[in-house]
Ligand binder design. Structure first.
Ligand SMILES: C[S@@+](CC[C@H](N)C(=O)[O-])C[C@H]1O[C@@H](n2cnc3c(N)ncnc32)[C@H](O)[C@@H]1O
Length: 335
């Protein structure tokens, strides 16, 4: 619960976020990265109109992003450097209005209608669902896979180090994106083999990515729908940041597919759910809203996760909490 006085006007401001996101989308920080440039030149290099661009830049300068050392000349500063494409953390890419997640944020304009029960936000804003958008647009799909890679740059090493993966022979990463986590686990455990399952776009990217990480010879890549039966024979089925994308009914179906494959031929394979858990104050409401708006999913605490696991015939055997707020929730068949 917030204890500081809350400035509701500042919280509700939309001008600043849109100005920052416009700068991110137009790569203005990249354009001025080597120093000050006249407005006309920035407009030329960003393919924009000088007058509205200048008004956005002047506003941002007043907010502390970019400098205007003389009229109609703009330069970089510490804050603008965060918006450069080569800055760590991928801030520019997350805010890019042409990228999968920056664009999905625009669906928040429909939040009130979703709350009124009139329609889900994303399809109302864009005419089709987030997943349909990715399936139809290689540019959006690639940008999403790249963002997941950025996110995984921090998460994958934590997950790979947190549990004893060498007790398994084959790890199957369900909805593993381009395979950042799988590559990290295989790199650390040379005797381990892996399988990546994802939709055709990410799976194709996964083949290239696993090759680039030098683990392709120990990894199978399967392009398919994870609601269909999963390849059996692995002793660990991993769902990393996947279950939160789905409402309970679909999450149970997906866990059921994992349980079925993990239990094939009388095996007792593990299902490892890697998901953001509420922090000690119970907070993960922002991510919960994002999941609701983007894809109609939801975040779950441990009790909620236990319920959907039980509905899929699994019980929670252990929970490891990671420093970044995620947990590794290991489930086994409830026989
Ligand atoms: C939020 S991303 C997480 C990716 C990866 N596990 C990670 O942590 O970076 C969800 C993944 O689920 C995949 N996905 C969504 N629906 C799928 C389906 N029906 N079958 C297979 N994969 C699916 C997406 O393509 C995406 O790679």
């Amino acid at each position: 619960m917030a204890s500081e006085p809350v400035d509701v006007w500042a919280m509700a401001d939309l001008v600043t976020p849109f100005a920052v996101r416009t700068a991110a989308t137009l790569r203005l920080a990249d354009i001025v990265q080597d120093g000050e440039l006249p407005l006309d030149e920035i407009a030329k290099r960003s393919g924009t109109e000088a007058d509205p661009l200048g008004r956005v830049l002047r506003f941002l300068v007043r907010r502390g992003v970019f400098t205007e050392p003389e009229p109609d000349v703009f330069g970089p500063n510490e804050a603008s450097r965060v918006l450069r494409t080569d800055a760590p953390g991928g801030t520019r890419e997350w805010l890019d209005l042409d990228g999968a997640v920056g664009r999905a944020d625009l669906a928040f304009v429909e939040l009130v209608e979703q709350v009124r029960g009139r329609h889900p936000a994303y399809p109302a804003a864009f005419g089709r669902s987030f997943r349909e958008d990715l399936a139809h647009s290689p540019q959006l799909s690639d940008s999403f896979d790249d963002l997941m890679e950025t996110k995984s740059d921090e998460l994958a090493p934590l997950v790979a180090a947190a549990t004893a993966w060498d007790r398994f022979e084959r790890v199957l990463d369900v909805g593993g994106g381009k395979g950042v986590l799988l590559a990290e686990i295989l790199e650390r455990h040379p005797d381990l083999r892996g399988t990546l399952v994802d939709l055709p776009g990410p799976a194709a990217a996964g083949e290239r990515y696993l090759e680039s990480r030098g683990v392709r010879d120990r990894a199978d890549v399967v392009a398919g729908d994870f609601f269909d039966p999963l390849p059996p024979g692995a002793d660990a089925y991993v769902l990393c940041d996947v279950l939160g994308d789905w409402e309970d009914e679909d999450a149970v179906r997906l866990l059921g597919r994992c349980a079925e494959a993990a239990g094939a031929d009388g095996r007792e394979g593990s299902v490892l759910i890697v998901e953001l858990l509420p922090d000690p104050d119970g907070e993960f409401t922002e991510m919960d809203l994002r999941m609701m708006i983007y894809v109609g999913g939801r975040m779950r605490d441990l009790d909620q996760t236990e319920r959907i696991a039980a509905a899929a015939g699994l019980f929670i055997a252990s929970v490891i909490r990671l420093d970044d707020g995620h947990g590794i929730i290991e489930c086994l068949p409830d026989r």
